[in-house]
Design a binder for this molecule. Structure first.
Ligand SMILES: NC(=O)c1ccc[n+]([C@@H]2O[C@H](COP(=O)([O-])OP(=O)(O)OC[C@H]3O[C@@H](n4cnc5c(N)ncnc54)[C@H](OP(=O)(O)O)[C@@H]3O)[C@@H](O)[C@H]2O)c1
Length: 304
């Protein structure tokens, strides 16, 4: 097993581990053990969010993992996200003060005194979107988040920050895999020094959120494999999941695989033993289908 321990730069002071552990759909009941196991298997980045409703348990897992692995808090990169509110779901949009208060709530639930990365979960902030970003800038100024960023932001939302004369995010966490490659957004982000973090890297797999109700955005046609990924993975002697994750890190995207299965958890960070060659990278590039499927699709308000 070759645990992939590389990091990518986020800002002048911070680097982000290339492989992190995602915790969406991991319950409060399961998260402590899952995060503890992830740390013992070599994961050094844990990704959670206020809206995942598992921060207490994720925090307990981080403490347990750190203690058992003989690590320090500084060895683990912790990301959490602001739930910004969503008017289309009848929710109030958080203003700057409520953003800072929500952050402090996350810190308390996680049981940490700083996070490594704090993100605005989605650009649904409407009239408060810039104020939410101002809240994150204040949190960073206070040293409570070492880096700050956004998630699911399009070029339009990033331009809004620039037009207001505010510092740009360190990172934008977006759905990225061979079916959703977003080349224009990535080029814009590169030009502006905004690091990409990839979520739902495993979306092309039949096992991705396979339980009823978890993969509603995936059509029946999407669940049928054309065998291309399987054949390519077989060539390198790896699984399709490893191929998809290697594609991410080889492109310079930090990835966040989630698994509650111990064997998959181990294989998802075992990415150091092979390199995808140029011909296969070109075949993967041709698989782009545009927009993602993880949660943005089917939500017409997503890009407000
Ligand atoms: N910012 C955002 O809006 C946003 C949106 C979505 C996700 N995220 C973050 O990104 C993380 C990852 O995204 P995700 O949860 O959508 O999914 P993912 O990590 O791409 O895929 C997870 C799914 O694939 C299965 N799986 C995991 N490893 C596998 C393997 N080696 N072989 C076959 N199947 C495997 C898992 O099932 P088992 O558990 O049974 O293995 C689960 O159903 C999230 O947990 C979250 O932290 C962020």
């Amino acid at each position: 097993m070759t645990v992939y321990q590389q990091t990518f730069p986020l800002n002048r002071e911070t680097a982000i581990p290339a492989v992190g552990f995602g915790t969406y759909l991991i319950s409060q009941e399961d998260a402590k053990e899952a995060v503890r196991a992830a740390i013992l298997n070599g994961y050094r980045h844990i990704d959670t969010a206020e809206v995942y409703e598992n921060e207490e348990s994720v925090g307990a897992g981080i403490r347990a993992g750190i203690a058992e692995a003989g690590l320090a808090r500084e060895d683990i990169f912790v990301t959490t996200k602001l739930w910004q509110g969503h008017a289309a779901w009848g929710q109030k949009l958080k203003n700057e003060e409520e953003t800072v208060a929500a952050f402090n709530g996350s810190l308390e639930r996680l049981g940490v005194d700083y996070v490594d990365l704090y993100l605005i979960h989605a650009p649904h902030g409407g009239a408060e979107r810039l104020n939410q970003w101002r809240g994150l800038l204040e949190i960073k100024r206070l040293g409570k988040a070492r880096s700050i960023g956004v998630s699911n932001y399009s070029e339009k939302h990033l331009e809004e920050i620039k037009a207001a004369g505010l510092p740009l995010p360190d990172a934008n966490q977006i759905e990225l895999h061979p079916w959703s490659q977003k080349p224009e957004l990535l080029a814009y982000m590169k030009e502006n020094g905004i690091a990409p973090i990839a979520y739902s890297s495993l979306a092309p797999l039949s096992t991705w959120r396979a339980q009823p109700g978890q993969d509603s955005a995936k059509t029946e046609a999407m669940k049928i494999s054309d065998g291309v990924l399987a054949a390519m993975a077989a060539k390198y002697g790896v699984t399709e999941a490893q191929l998809l994750l290697r594609w991410g890190v080889q492109n310079g995207y930090a990835v966040l695989p989630k698994s509650l299965n111990p064997e998959r958890m181990r294989q998802n960070i075992d990415l150091g033993g092979f390199v995808i060659d140029a011909a296969d990278l070109a075949s993967l590039k041709a698989m782009d289908r545009g927009d993602g499927i993880a949660w943005s699709i089917g939500d017409p308000t997503h890009t407000d």
